[in-house]
Write a protein that binds this ligand. Structure first.
Ligand code: PLP
Length: 387
C-alpha cells in the first residue's frame, strides 16, 4: 500500500542535512554554552552562528532572536512577557478567535489576571479586516496578537496593513508565524512586526526547538525564571543540537524558498481542483488565494471529518480533521465556527497539508482514493439523499 504523509502542518519530516549537523553536534560539541572552557566556547559559537542564521531568514538582527522550546513557548513568552513589562501603559490586548490555543489559552490566563481582551471578527475566509483593528485600538492597548497564517485553513492575514496600523498607533504587534516561517518569505522589518514566534518542527527541523523574534527596544520580561541564559529572557541550558538544527533548517528554507513555494502551490492547487472536480457537495475552507502554499482544507457535506480521516488512514494517507492539537475531541473546530460555519459543516472538515517531501504521485493517489471513500461514507449517512 502507498503511504502518503499529508499532515505537514502538524509536523514535518526532519531534513537529512539538519539531522547531520545535529548528530555531529551531539557527538562532538557537547559542551555547555555557558561554560568558559573551550568545550563551552565551541558550543557557544554554534549557538551564536545559528542565531545569525535564523535572524537572516526573517531579516532580523542577530540580537533580536531568542531561542525557545517551540511555538507554544514563544507565544506564551511574547504575549505574557510583554503584558507584564508594560502594565503601566495598560492591560488591553486585541486578538482574534482563530488563533492557536497557545495564544488563546495565554489570553484566557491574562484575562483572569485583570487584562481586557477585544476579539476582532473574521470573515467567511478567516480574514481580519484591518479597519476593525484600527477602531479597536484604545489608549490603554498594549498588544495586538494576530496570527500570520492559520494552521487549520491556511488563511494568510493582511500582516502588512496590520503592522503599519500597530506601528502608527504605538502598540506592539505580536504575530504567531509558526505555520508561515519556512513556508513563505517573511521580513520582520518591512512588515513592522515586534514579536514573532517560530517553531522548528514546522519547517523540517526537530521538535521542541523554536525561537522568538523580539524587536530591539520592545519592553518584555521573562516568564520562566532561572539562570541568565538568552540574555535573561529565557532561563535554562540551551538545546544546542536543536538550535544548530534550527539554524541549518533556516539556511535551507531561505535557499530553497522560491522553488518550494512554487512547487507546493502547484501541488496544492492540483489537489484543490481535483477535489472540486471529482466530488460534489464540497466547500473549500479558508481564503482561495491568500493561503499557505501547502494548505488544503475542505468540508465534505453529510459526513464526519473523523470517519474520513480514519478511512484515509486505512489507505495509507495521513491527514487531520481540525487541528492536530484538538483531534481526540469531537468538538468542531473553533476556527471554522468563528468563520461562521454551521456545526454540521464544520464537523465534515478535513485538512491535508503538503510539505517539501510530497511528490505529484501523492496527490494523484489521494485523488484516486478520496472520492470513493466520500461516496461510501455518504451512502451510510442518514443525511445524504444521493445528490
Ligand atoms: N501556533 C501555531 C499557529 C501552530 O500551528 C502551532 C502548532 O501546531 C503552535 C503555535 C505550537 O507550536 P509548537 O508545536 O512548536 O509548540
Amino acid at each position: 500500500m502507498e503511504k502518503v504523509y499529508l499532515d505537514n502542518a502538524a509536523t514535518t519530516r526532519v531534513d537529512e542535512r539538519v539531522i547531520e549537523v545535529m548528530v555531529d553536534c551531539m557527538r562532538n560539541n557537547y559542551g555547555n554554552p555557558s561554560s568558559v572552557h573551550s568545550f563551552g566556547r565551541d558550543a557557544r559559537r554554534l549557538v551564536e552562528n545559528a542565531r545569525a542564521q535564523v535572524a537572516k531568514l526573517l531579516n532580523a538582527e542577530t540580537s533580536e532572536i531568542f531561542f525557545t522550546g517551540g511555538g507554544t513557548e514563544g507565544d506564551n513568552l511574547g504575549i505574557k512577557g510583554v503584558m507584564a513589562a508594560n502594565e503601566k501603559k495598560g492591560r488591553h490586548i486585541i486578538s482574534t478567535p482563530i488563533e492557536h490555543h497557545a495564544v488563546l489559552h495565554s489570553l484566557d490566563y491574562l484575562l483572569k489576571t485583570g487584562c481586557e481582551i477585544t476579539m476582532l471578527p473574521v470573515d467567511e475566509y478567516g480574514m481580519v479586516n484591518p479597519e476593525d483593528l484600527r477602531s479597536a485600538i484604545r489608549t490603554d492597548t498594549v498588544l495586538v496578537s494576530i496570527m500570520f497564517a492559520n494552521n487549520e485553513v491556511g488563511t494568510v492575514q493582511p500582516v502588512n496593513e496590520i503592522g503599519k496600523i500597530c506601528r502608527e498607533r504605538g502598540v506592539y504587534f505580536h504575530t504567531d508565524a509558526v505555520q508561515a516561517v519556512g513556508n513563505m518569505p517573511i521580513d520582520v522589518k518591512a512588515l513592522n512586526i515586534d514579536l514573532l514566534p517560530l517553531s522548528g518542527h514546522k519547517f523540517n527541523a526537530a521538535k521542541g526547538i523554536g525561537a522568538l523574534y523580539v524587536r530591539k527596544g520592545v519592553r518584555i520580561l521573562p516568564v520562566q525564571h532561572g539562570g541568565s541564559h538568552e540574555r535573561n529572557l529565557r532561563a535554562g541550558t540551551e538545546n544546542v543540537p536543536g538550535i544548530v538544527g534550527l539554524g541549518q533548517a533556516a539556511v535551507i528554507a531561505q535557499a530553497e524558498m522560491s522553488e518550494k513555494v512554487e512547487r507546493l502551490t502547484n501541488l496544492r492547487d492540483k489537489l484543490i481542483s481535483g477535489i472540486i472536480d471529482g466530488i460534489p457537495n464540497v466547500k473549500l475552507n479558508g481564503h482561495p488565494i491568500q493561503r499557505l502554499p501547502g494548505n488544503v482544507n475542505f468540508s465534505f457535506r453529510f459526513i464526519e471529518g473523523e470517519s474520513l480521516l480514519l478511512n484515509l488512514d486505512l489507505k495509507g494517507i495521513a491527514a487531520t480533521s481540525g487541528s492536530a492539537c484538538t483531534s481526540g475531541t469531537l468538538d468542531p473546530s473553533h476556527v471554522l465556527l468563528a468563520m461562521g460555519m454551521s456545526h454540521e459543516v464544520a464537523h465534515g472538515s478535513l485538512r491535508m497539508t503538503i510539505g517539501k517531501y510530497n511528490v505529484e504521485r501523492d496527490i494523484e493517489y489521494c485523488l484516486e482514493v478520496l472520492p470513493e471513500i466520500v461516496l461510501r461514507l455518504r451512502r451510510m449517512s442518514p443525511l445524504y439523499e444521493g445528490i
